[in-house]
Write a protein that binds this ligand. Structure first.
Ligand code: ADE
Length: 273
């Protein structure tokens, strides 16, 4: 199917074993490595119904006890906005969680740490002097707040992961023991990979903790439709001249392990909540 709404019968109304009335959670990442084994875990637990819509595959089923629709947004703000819009309109998700990696911007944020967004903004949006720098024209908002309860649940899952497996992960991957940070994540359509680039972001937005390419677009669409959203990012690089190599090795070797560990704890806790 390439256009139009998707029926509840096609979606399977929450996947095998889920109550029919349960609206699913939307889970997305930009790249396959950032989703870890989530789709395989869904296949093993409930089976997967895959629906192709707008050139993306949406995987519908139950994973770690939670009815979910899992998909890849691909990279950048337009891709993210289009994907989350489909999750809301075609799949009727009741909330959205984005998982992936980001470049560390805050001075205390190191490779291997985890950042859960309290707020998100587009660092490359500038319609000045017509509108204040960073403000979304006609919406009058520059910072989009993550849903407090969802972000708390995500951060609690991250803290449990760090307490239970942080030391072992650090030893395995040669990173420092992960810390969990909460605060501002900034998004733009650039991979930031220079000392001057990341310094300019720190100067413009001193409270920014991490930079990536999708989160604020998702937060804006969710804000406009009143859908709760939260974003968790593991730090793959520090957005400086070493960023490309650090990003690639973190993405291929570590990102999936972190994502699996965090999402498993988050989804299992949702089931019992
Ligand atoms: N995602 C991971 N690292 C990033 C960086 N340095 N810039 C933008 N997005 C990223």
């Amino acid at each position: 199917m390439s256009t139009g709404a998707i029926s509840r019968a096609q979606i399977g109304a929450g996947g095998a074993g889920a109550p029919v009335s349960h609206r699913p959670l939307g889970i997305l990442a930009a790249l396959p490595q950032e989703l870890g084994d989530l789709i395989e875990a869904m296949r093993a637990e409930s089976g997967v119904r895959t629906i192709t819509h707008g050139q993306r595959d949406y995987h519908v089923g139950t994973v770690h006890g939670a009815p979910c629709v899992v998909t890849l947004a691909r990279v950048g703000k337009v891709a993210a906005a289009a994907t989350v819009s489909a999750l809301i309109h075609a799949f009727d998700v009741d909330a959205v969680v984005f998982t992936g990696v980001a470049g560390g911007v805050g001075s205390e944020v190191r490779v291997g740490d985890i950042v859960v967004a309290n707020a998100l903004m587009q660092h490359d949006l500038d319609a000045s002097p017509l509108f204040p720098r960073f403000e979304v024209p006609l919406l009058g908002v520059s910072r989009f707040t993550a849903d407090g309860a969802l972000a708390d649940q995500l951060a609690a899952a991250c803290e449990r992961f760090v307490a239970e497996e942080g030391a072992a992960s650090a030893a395995r991957f040669g990173t420092r023991e992960p810390r969990v940070h909460r605060g501002l994540i900034i998004s733009g359509d650039q991979f930031v990979a220079s000392a001057t680039g990341v310094e300019a972001l720190r100067d413009a937005l001193p409270d920014a903790l991490a930079v990536e390419m999708e989160g604020a677009a998702i937060a804006q669409v969710c804000y406009e439709y009143g859908v709760p959203c939260a974003v968790v990012r593991t730090i793959s690089d520090t957005a400086d001249d070493h960023a490309p190599q650090s990003f690639v090795s973190f993405l291929t070797e570590i990102a999936g392990t972190y994502s699996n560990a965090i999402l498993k704890r988050f989804l299992e806790a949702r089931r019992v909540a």
